[in-house]
Ligand binder design. Structure first.
Ligand code: GLA
Length: 415
């Protein structure tokens, strides 16, 4: 049962090899080993990675020019200054391997090294995507049996981040080598992630290692030991409220596994995508900050509306996400359709999020916040991070909260 949903995704995806993947290889790849410039003491992803990823908006349509435009936009919109520093190419950049096993880029990405140089010239970092199977989720060539070769190629290109997506490893290896033995399949899966983790380390370049296997077999328990800097906790996020709430709920209980260098990944941001309302966008972004989640925007940056930019660049909310203590928030209690979350912050501060998850409670009567249930007495002096105003919270504080909206308050010195 456990394998059924993602497997059907994988099988569907395997049939989706597009024309772009079949184009003639371009001789842009190199296997040169890079100089070891990385100080061993440096923690990779000391705070959750921030940046932009191509998948949620472009999916398979992404091309070199979109990545360059995204890099330009991160700078010109002020997002770079707000902390977004990775530009991540997701699936569909790959062509085929040549006789020496070198994986070439397809004609949407004529020169990956030049693209990486361009992104770096903007003071940004660049990420790429592959997987442990023979094919990616989109049906493009992936890394199976070429782990060291690909890792060294990424390092030679100047890649700073790898998202490694399970997909065809399921039929290619897990089901082939261990039919009807789910535990053995999971061991094969873990071994594949260990192998790429080692290859990345051996490449000599600090490369953020992002595991994408939909939370199978509790990756939070084994991914940090193999060098995983983040691991997906769920299936794919979608730009609708139901998906976002579902993911939030699946991340309750995982706080103890997150910390500097290793983070739960509830998937990329959908802020600004689909039909999410402003309240939903605000609540989604706030909750990713409470969850100490990677903040990888996935919207159409050149056409970003000012109100979406205001959400994505809210420095107070970003500061919650990036708090140096690196402690993920917890769901303190649930009262009907309202969830109350807290996140401990450096310097003894505390973030409190009151989230109106449901569609039935509207702001016609207030919700009463129990400070006692949060271990607080009140009055607590804080700042509402969306209005920017000072607020005081008392026990049994009445709060008017529209459906699908959030109150996010930072208490500098809780009593
Ligand atoms: C999977 C991943 C997505 C995206 C696609 C690309 O579905 O979970 O985030 O990378 O593959 O094909």
């Amino acid at each position: 049962m456990r394998l059924s949903a993602p497997l059907s995704v994988a099988v569907l995806a395997l049939t989706a090899i597009t024309a772009a993947a079949q184009t003639a290889p371009k001789p842009s790849a190199s296997n040169a080993h890079p100089a070891k410039t990385h100080a061993a003491s440096q923690i990779i992803a000391a705070t959750p990675p921030m940046g932009w990823n191509s998948w949620n908006f472009f999916a398979e349509r992404v091309a070199d020019k979109d990545i360059r435009a995204a890099a330009d936009q991160l700078v010109s919109t002020g997002m770079k200054d707000a902390g977004y520093n990775y530009i991540n190419i997701d699936d569909t950049w790959e062509a085929e391997r040549d006789a020496s096993g070198v994986l070439h880029t397809n004609n949407k990405f004529p020169d990956m090294k030049a693209l990486a140089d361009y992104v770096h010239s903007k003071g940004l970092k660049i990420g790429i995507y592959s997987g442990p199977g023979s094919k990616t989720c989109g049906g493009y060539a992936a890394t199976l049996d070429h782990e060291a070769q690909d890792a060294n190629m990424y390092a030679a290109w100047g890649i700073d981040y790898l998202k490694y997506d399970l997909c065809s490893f399921i039929p290619d290896v897990m089901q082939k080598q261990a039919p009807n033995d789910e535990a053995a399949q999971m061991r094969l899966m873990v071994a594949a992630y260990v192998k790429m983790g080692n290859a990345l380390k051996a490449s000599g370049r600090p490369i953020v290692y992002s595991l994408c296997q939909y939370g199978w077999d509790s990756p939070w328990e084994w991914a940090p030991a193999l060098g995983g800097n983040l691991w997906r906790t769920t299936g794919d996020v979608e730009a609708n409220w139901g998906s976002i709430v579902d993911i939030i709920n699946q991340n309750a209980g995982l706080a103890k596994y997150a910390g500097p260098g290793h983070w739960n990944d509830p998937d990329m941001l959908e802020v600004g995508n689909g039909k999410l309302t402003l309240a939903e966008n605000r609540a989604h972004f706030s909750m990713w900050a409470i969850l100490a989640a990677p903040l990888l925007a996935g919207n159409d940056l050149p056409n970003m509306k000012p109100e979406i930019k205001a959400i994505l660049t809210n420095k107070d909310v970003i500061a919650i996400d990036q708090d140096k203590l690196g402690k993920q928030g917890i769901r303190a209690y649930v009262d009907g359709e309202v969830e109350v979350w807290t996140r401990p912050l450096s310097g003894g501060a505390l973030a409190i999020a009151v989230l109106n998850v449901g569609s039935d409670r509207v702001a016609t009567h207030p919700f009463h916040l129990s400070l006692a249930k949060l271990g607080l007495k009140g009055p607590e002096a804080g700042k509402d991070l969306w209005t920017g105003k000072d607020v005081t919270l008392n026990d049994n504080q009445s709060i008017e909260l529209p459906s699908h909206d959030i109150l996010l308050v930072k208490i500098a010195a809780p009593k």
